[in-house]
Design a protein around this ligand. Structure first.
Ligand code: ADP
Ligand code: MG
Length: 327
């Protein structure tokens, strides 16, 4: 199913978030003076705008920096360089308006807390409201995600994987956010419940006017949900545009390989099936020139120059590709 059939593309919506040349380099190990021995170059110059009401799909192989991007957006890590610009003026405003759903509801839900407390966790962080008010909020969002309110006293282990992910979604909703970062939201779930969770997310987006940043290694999931798609390789965006353009007419050789590696039907596939074209190179030392040139079947002269993410001639406005052969 194509999202653009369900709602108009929010082309004209204002940006609620912009990233400017954002880099994240993790220090690795320490020498005898306590200096880092090396760095994992997780993000290497991300430029991106997110528009109100859209679903921005972020796709790429394991290790390309997707979860680092998610943690950055959640304020859990700081950029090594570059800048994030939000529409929010205070950190408190940002933290209540940007929530996350992680891949694995098994490890992201505190096993010692009853469901109502898990769901209202974001509210406890912000302010202390009376217990009764918290329970009322938990009951309201639980019913919106399909968790029966008589289960609110239960603990996470008493639920199935799909129900636990519904609880994680309820937690993300309880502070009434604008933006939800979905980091591989269905990757840990049985195939049979993946579509239910994606449909729930699509319904919630429409009823609550949410903006989604949907991170997935699974092209099928992104195809099912996204309005726009960013393709990541080695901590950079190599292609950015509408889902229709990027997924139906991929221009970057990496996007082309990534799409060839997955089945085209809108059925979710597991991580093993959605196999990478080849091994992702290490990121301790970044390649010179185009990051992809060693794996690129189309590499020619010119690829030893660094590549910028540039507009595509003749394509829809906003289409960008990091490849001199395509732009
Ligand atoms: P993805 O979610 O796309 O699989 P990640 O953002 O998890 O990618 O990882 C990107 C790169 O950063 C990988 O090389 C990974 O090993 C490295 N990395 C991620 N988190 C850390 C960390 N806390 N410390 C050191 N390296 C990290
Ligand atoms: Mg990840």
């Amino acid at each position: 199913m194509n999202r653009s059939a369900l709602k108009p593309l929010p082309d004209q919506s204002p940006a609620i978030l912009a990233l400017h040349d954002v880099r994240v380099h993790y220090p690795m190990g320490k020498d005898w003076l306590g200096r880092p021995k090396a760095f994992a170059h997780a993000l290497n110059g991300i430029d991106l705008q997110v528009r109100a009401g859209e679903t921005l799909g972020v796709v790429g192989e394991s290790g390309c920096g997707k979860s680092t991007l998610a943690q950055l957006l959640m304020g859990l890590i700081k950029p090594t360089a570059g800048r994030l610009a939000w529409v929010y003026s205070t950190e408190q405003e940002r933290s209540s308006n940007v929530q996350i759903v992680f891949q694995d509801p098994q490890s992201s839900l505190d096993p010692r807390l009853p469901v109502w407390k898990i769901i209202t966790e974001p509210l406890f962080v912000q302010r202390s409201a009376p217990r009764q008010a918290m329970r009322a909020i938990a009951a309201k969002v639980a019913s919106q995600v399909g968790i029966r309110t008589e289960y609110l006293e239960r603990f996470p282990h008493q639920f199935s994987g799909g129900q636990r992910q519904r609880i994680a979604i309820a937690r993300a909703l309880s502070s009434d956010p604008d933006i939800i970062v979905l980091d591989e939201p269905t990757s840990a779930l049985d195939i049979s419940v993946q579509a239910q969770i994606l449909n729930l997310l699509a319904d919630l987006q429409r009823s609550r006017d949410l903006t989604y940043i949907l991170i997935s290694h699974n092209v099928s999931v992104v195809r099912h949900m996204a309005d726009r798609v960013a393709v990541m390789y080695l901590g950079q965006i190599v292609e950015l545009g509408t889902a229709a353009e990027v997924l139906e007419r991929p221009r970057h050789p990496y996007t082309q390989l990534l799409l060839e590696a997955v089945p085209r039907l809108g059925v979710a596939v597991d991580e093993a099936q959605a196999s990478a074209p080849t091994e992702l190179p290490g990121n301790r030392t970044l390649p010179t020139g185009c990051f992809f040139r060693d794996r690129c079947p189309k590499a020619t002269a010119g690829c030893e120059q660094p590549q910028a993410l540039l507009p595509v001639r003749g394509a829809a406005e906003g289409e960008r590709v990091r490849c001199h052969l395509a732009s």
